[in-house]
Design a protein around this ligand. Structure first.
Ligand SMILES: [Fe+2]
Ligand SMILES: [Fe+2]
Length: 168
């Protein structure tokens, strides 16, 4: 890992390494969320995105190769924080409400991933690394799709919750 980042290229490599750490952590987190989720459609969506997330890891490893850089394992405190908060909330939440908590963590994580990729892509394009930008863009598009899926499921659950409250 770098002691000090002194060039734009080093900053890019460092951030790419943090993104790799993020995606590797998310493979584990998505597996854990799948185990906790109650509704089958949410389990299915988490499983599908876990498969995509494994591909995100592979795409980033390929980016390092294309740049001729060694794979760097920079830490990713942001996703650790989102996962930590999600797990703590899950722990204290009644089973009947778990899906809403899981979806909230998913939406938060996807927003973070989207922000990370948008920035990396700008820098990759600026330095003329078009193949790298294209690979990162593949990841970005899947994050956007995953966000949309989690958002739609959240809307459905939120509406169901209101109905239950209205009847009670
Ligand atoms: Fe991802
Ligand atoms: Fe994602």
């Amino acid at each position: 890992m770098f002691e000090k980042l002194e060039t734009p290229e080093e900053v890019f490599t460092f951030k790419l390494g943090a993104t790799l750490t993020m995606e590797k952590q998310l493979v584990d987190v998505l597996g854990e969320l799948d185990e906790q989720a109650q509704r089958s459609e949410i389990k299915q969506a988490l499983r599908e995105h876990r498969v995509e997330t494994r591909r995100h890891v592979a795409n980033i490893e390929r980016c390092f190769k294309l740049l001729g850089e060694e794979i760097d394992d920079s830490p990713c405190g942001a996703i650790e924080g989102i996962a930590k908060e999600g797990k703590a909330t899950i722990k204290k939440t009644d089973e009947s409400l778990l899906d809403a908590v899981i979806l909230s963590a998913a939406v938060e994580a996807e927003h973070h991933e989207i922000a990370v990729y948008e920035t990396l892509i700008i820098h990759a394009q600026a330095r003329g690394a078009s193949e790298v930008a294209a690979l990162l863009n593949q990841n970005l598009e899947q994050e956007k799709h995953a966000l949309q899926t989690a958002r739609s499921a959240t809307e459905k659950i939120a509406a169901e919750g209101i109905k239950v409250v209205a009847v009670a």
